[in-house]
Design a binder for this molecule. Structure first.
Ligand code: PEP
Length: 251
């Protein structure tokens, strides 16, 4: 399976800027996208159309949504449904990003509902997990990851297609801080995630991609991608500029 190189633009970029960045990114990677890599751009909702237009017809690129509410439609003011993301051209969506868990107050149960519901609707889901600094200091990394994975995947069918599911290991203390987990810390966390996936999904679990996220930059992407069980990256800050994200994609 190709390495998944995902750009999370969070709450940045108006539509015109998003379209321009996506076009610049496609231009920089034209003819240079490694054959073993796939690019995913996850803009804010209001920039989905402009980003989709800029990436239309670009092989190896896809579009994702940062969030949705796990219901088909209804009286959920301010929310967006999976079908609306699909309608806007998305193939992927995130669930459980640490900013949604820790700023917006989403708990493990809601994250699990989103993961299962998104899959049912035909989205490929990226479930984000990761420990806070105090949990790492208390030696609880494995326990936290196991709890988040168990809840996040609770209603995912055992025969889920490995194409339709990815896990992003994102230590909370490394997101947007400039701090990156060291190679040994990344290898150990990804080993824990892989063991869980194989136990839960048997042979299919060996094929589900595990991304690393947390202050990935052009200077550390190559090393991170060389670690066992690192099947891609989820990049925030360094994905906002086409040049730096293109350097990460080709690292
Ligand atoms: C993220 O948004 O998932 C992320 C990892 O952000 P950053 O690369 O800025 O740490």
């Amino acid at each position: 399976m190709k390495k998944l190189m995902a750009a999370n633009w969070k709450m940045y970029k108006l539509a015109a800027e998003a379209g321009a960045t996506a076009s610049a990114l496609a231009g920089k990677l034209d003819g240079r996208l490694p054959r073993d890599r796939e690019v995913l751009v996850i803009p804010p909702f209001t920039a989905l159309a402009a980003t989709a237009k800029a990436l239309a017809g670009q092989p190896g690129f896809s579009l994702g949504g940062q969030n949705f509410y796990p219901s088909k439609q209804g009286a959920f003011t301010g929310e967006i449904a999976p079908e609306m993301l699909l309608d806007a051209g998305c193939r992927y969506a995130l669930a459980g990003h640490s900013e949604r868990r820790h700023i917006l107050g989403e708990d493990d149960v809601l994250v699990g509902r989103k993961t299962a519901f998104g899959l049912t609707c035909g989205l490929s889901m990226i479930l984000c997990v990761g420990e806070k600094v105090e949990e790492r200091q208390a030696g609880q990394v494995e326990a936290v990851l196991t709890r988040q994975l168990a809840a996040g995947l609770a209603d995912v069918p055992a025969d889920v297609s490995p194409d339709a599911l990815a896990i992003a290991y994102e230590p909370v203390w490394a997101i947007g801080t400039g701090l990156t987990a060291g190679p040994a810390e990344v290898a150990e966390a990804h080993r824990v995630v892989r063991a869980f996936l194989v136990e839960r999904f048997r042979p299919g679990g060996a094929k589900i991609r595990i991304l690393y996220g947390g202050s990935v930059k052009p200077g550390n992407a190559g090393e991170l991608l060389g670690i066992d069980n690192v099947d891609g990256v989820l990049v925030g800050g360094a994905s906002l500029e086409a040049e730096s994200f293109a350097a990460i994609v080709t690292a």
